[in-house]
Structure formats: C-alpha cells, structure tokens
Design a protein around this ligand. Structure first.
Ligand SMILES: [Zn+2]
Length: 57
C-alpha cells in the first residue's frame, strides 16, 4: 500500500501565510519579512516595497 506523501506534506504543516498587497509576495510570518520594532509591537514589512503587512502586539 502506498500512501501519498505529497498529500501528507501539504496537510501536515499549517503555517499562517502573510500576503503583501503591493507585490503579491507571500511568506509565512517567520519568512522573509522585515521585522520592525515599533513602540510596544512588531511590524512585519515587505522588504521590497516597505509595505506594512501586519502589526502584532
Ligand atoms: Zn511587497
């Protein structure tokens, strides 16, 4: 019996992806975004466009 490995990999890891509205870049939250400390929270910024993707407390 063969189990589909590709299917396992697709459902096995669920990382929340963030998307840039400017350049359609997509990366997980610990991916290639720039992390900028702003006061008490962290902003994730697109490295290409400088767009703020999301801010976290
Ligand atoms: Zn971008």
């Amino acid at each position: 019996m063969n189990r589909s490995r590709a299917n396992d990999e697709r459902t096995g890891r669920r990382k929340s992806m963030l998307f840039c509205l400017e350049c359609d870049d997509a990366s997980p939250i610990d991916g290639n975004w720039l992390r900028c400390l702003r006061d008490e929270h962290v902003a994730y910024v697109c490295p290409g466009y400088g767009t703020t993707i999301v801010e976290q407390p």
